[in-house]
Design a protein around this ligand. Structure first.
Ligand SMILES: [Zn+2]
Length: 104
């Protein structure tokens, strides 16, 4: 049995005009952990929903659709393509100021 150590995430964009969905980018996380926000959220389910929430792209964030050949309003969602056998959740309980933490 092979143990999967990788978590593969895809960013999917769906064009609001033609409905075409395409993969904007994908990334591989080899630490197999998801960083979840829990501030203002009551449990892990809500944190996951927040993490996987569909984001609206419009205005300056408009998405270039290859079919429409123009920038369009779109929605972007995160899809978990490959899940590792063990998945860690890192809960961001505290919000640090960037200058204190030393990174953004
Ligand atoms: Zn389109």
């Amino acid at each position: 049995m092979t143990i999967t150590h990788f978590l593969i995430l895809s960013l999917l964009c769906r064009c609001s005009q033609c409905g075409r969905e395409s993969e904007a980018s994908s990334k591989v996380e080899d630490f197999y952990g998801l960083e979840l926000n829990i501030k203002g959220l009551k449990d892990l389910d809500e944190s996951l929903d927040d993490y996987l929430a569909i984001e609206e792209l419009h205005g300056d964030n408009q998405y270039f659709c290859g079919s429409c050949k123009t920038r369009v309003d779109a929605t972007r969602s995160i899809k978990l393509c490959t899940l590792p056998d063990v998945l860690n959740f890192q809960l961001k309980r505290y919000v640090f100021l960037p200058q204190v933490l030393g990174k953004t």
